[in-house]
Write a protein that binds this ligand. Structure first.
Ligand code: ZN
Length: 277
């Protein structure tokens, strides 16, 4: 149980008071997401029978928690979004077979996202030198864009401001701006070959209802051509899918360097071996 609640979910174990410690069991601190921190107190009844119906429901960032559980080999069962409209949630079982529920903090798929300063971002991308060329040269000022895959010609790295967990970019290493007219067909195919390879790794690591692949960009900022790979997680209401889900105007995922390093490691391990020459 400690390996699950502390090891997988990362909840700190609490020291039980001496009188209660004699009765066995263990306590954990449950971080509050959008609410107060709670405690989970676990004890064992004899004879033991796991709770299959009555269950605690924990408010978390559901996509991050689901990905963590899947990476640790647990099964995640997403609830039908029609059951509680707009609230994304799933069930799993702890190692003793007790049913657990995890759900977003608010009645919106955008819950868990944090506001993003579009004006500041726009100023920076329009004033800064090419960030893709800087990543290729190893001179970029941030480690958030962890490199997932690269070959002589192309490179794949994590997005710095993900609107969907697993947002990854794929770009040619040379500074090219136009996705069609500056690439001949074999170059285009090798680039989209890396898109396919990386997107398969993303699907292998993260619960994905539908994979979004797009090439956007602007001649007025971030002109280096790049493909976006963005996995839509299960249970997002229809109106919050597609462009709504991709727009930073609707908030971005709270994201740390530790999160990026962890996800990048899992994606690299999930890549298929390179195709034989
Ligand atoms: Zn460039």
């Amino acid at each position: 149980m400690r390996a699950f609640y502390h090891g997988v979910l990362g909840w700190p174990e609490l020291t039980k008071p001496p009188l209660l410690a004699a009765r066995g069991g263990c306590w954990f601190s449950v971080p509050g997401v959008g609410g107060p921190t709670a405690e989970l107190h676990i004890g064992v009844e004899e004879p033991f029978r796991p709770a299959r119906k009555a269950h605690p429901a924990f408010v978390v960032h559901v996509d991050t928690t689901a990905a963590t559980l899947i990476a640790a080999g647990h099964t995640v069962r997403w609830a039908d979004p029609a059951e509680i409209p707009g609230r994304r949630r799933f069930h799993t079982d702890d190692p003793a077979g007790n049913r657990l529920e995890f759900l977003d903090s608010e009645h919106s798929a955008g819950a868990g996202r944090v506001p993003f300063d579009i004006g500041d971002y726009e100023r920076r991308v329009r004033e800064s030198p090419c960030f893709v060329c800087a990543i290729v040269a190893g001179t970029h000022d941030s480690e958030m864009e962890q490199i997932i895959d690269e070959d002589d010609e192309n490179i794949a790295f994590l997005g710095r401001y993900p609107t969907l967990l697993g947002h990854t970019l794929v770009a040619p290493k040379q500074h090219r701006e136009h996705v069609v007219r500056e690439l001949d067909l074999p170059q285009f195919q090798r680039l989209t070959g890396m898109v396919h390879r990386v997107a398969r790794a993303v699907e292998a690591v993260l619960p994905t209802e539908r994979m979004y692949v797009s090439s956007l960009g602007s001649q007025q900022g971030n002109s280096h051509l790049h493909w976006h790979i963005a996995p839509l997680p299960p249970g997002v209401p229809y109106r919050e899918q597609q462009f709504h889900a991709l727009m930073a105007e609707n908030g971005v995922i709270p994201w740390t360097l530790g999160d990026a390093v962890d996800l990048a490691g899992r994606l690299r391990r999930a890549l298929d071996p390179p195709a034989a020459e």
